[in-house]
Design a protein around this ligand. Structure first.
Ligand code: GLN
Length: 301
């Protein structure tokens, strides 16, 4: 039965609620924790996710209704949003590079700036001339797998390996690779314990934890209370810890002409350039993100 027919029957039920009414009702509940614009956007995300109802469906079907069960589903999601749980965890999804990624509290929600990192790498590959070569790519701290899976889809002639320390994150990343029909080799390893890898790479990419503990005070509860802190935070005393280890690993795991690509904290662009230079990398460039912040570093050996 199509959605339209189901909704027609729902509209016939005595206890049905009009979608237009519910949209206003739940948006006003969300006003307790969100701005009116955010509240409206969130309600529409829930309608679309749970019932495939978007603005157009609503405009074309002013009589659209939800039955008791459907009402309860929306109510449950609204209550979760009122605890500041990010909507991406509530619906279990974020779109990244035009693909759907399943997310839960074991992984960071993919950010739009990280999409830019993927596009930089794709662009670099487009400049490579040897169409017959097979390129090896390593993603360190893969989380949801968003970088690894996107690169597997976007780069031809490439083999992608992805590392994470977290069992829960690797479960999510594997699920995302399967759902998006991407081939990625996943390895459970702690980058800080200097894992031995059985091959060398043309590209090593990482978006490691880079938010300093001292920056927590400026962050919103939806991030602090729900996203995995091990994927986000580093101690104020050693904010480049992960980058240092990765640059170290690159000494023996990067091919002679290979590149490393990092997402970075905008405060450490210059320190990162120094770190790369001091470890024998040349051609170090900093790139800004769409918010005009120093966000990515590329270094070539
Ligand atoms: N960009 C993320 C944030 O600001 C941080 C990602 C990271 O630590 N790697 O929340």
């Amino acid at each position: 039965m199509t959605r339209k027919v189901i909704l027609y029957f729902c509209a016939m039920e005595k206890s049905s609620y009009s979608v237009r009414f519910l949209r206003k009702h739940f948006a006003s509940l969300l006003d307790a924790a969100y701005s009116p614009d955010e509240a409206n956007t969130l309600i529409m995300i829930l309608f679309e996710h749970h019932f495939n109802i978007n603005r157009i469906t609503m405009a074309l079907n002013p009589e659209l209704s939800l039955n008791d069960t459907e009402h309860d589903i929306i109510e449950k999601s609204v209550n979760e949003l009122l605890t500041n749980r990010p909507v991406q965890y509530v619906i279990g999804k974020e779109v990244f590079c035009d693909m759907d990624f399943f997310v839960n509290e074991n992984v960071l929600i993919p950010r739009p700036e990280t999409e830019e990192l993927v596009f930089h790498i794709k662009q670099e590959f487009e400049g490579k001339t040897d169409a017959n070569a097979d390129y090896e790519v390593l993603d360190i701290g893969t989380g949801s797998g968003c970088i690894a899976v996107s690169l597997a889809k976007l780069l031809s002639n490439s083999h992608i390996t992805a590392i994470d320390i977290s069992t829960g994150a690797l479960e999510v990343a594997r699920r995302n690779a399967i759902a998006n029909h991407a081939t990625v080799d996943f390895i459970q390893a702690d980058i800080l314990s200097r894992p031995q890898l059985d091959r060398t790479f043309d590209v090593i990419v990482s978006n490691p934890p880079y938010v300093c503990d001292c920056e927590k005070k400026d962050m919103r509860a939806n991030v602090l209370d729900f996203e995995p802190s091990t994927a986000l935070f580093v101690s104020d005393d050693d904010p480049l810890l992960f980058y240092r280890e990765i640059v170290n690993l690159a000494q023996h795991s990067l091919k002679p002409d290979g590149t490393v690509w990092f997402e970075i904290n905008e405060r450490f662009g210059e320190d990162m350039v120094l770190l790369c230079r001091n470890n024998g990398f040349s051609n170090t460039s900093v790139f800004r993100d769409f918010r005009d912040k120093d966000r990515f570093i590329r270094a070539r050996r």
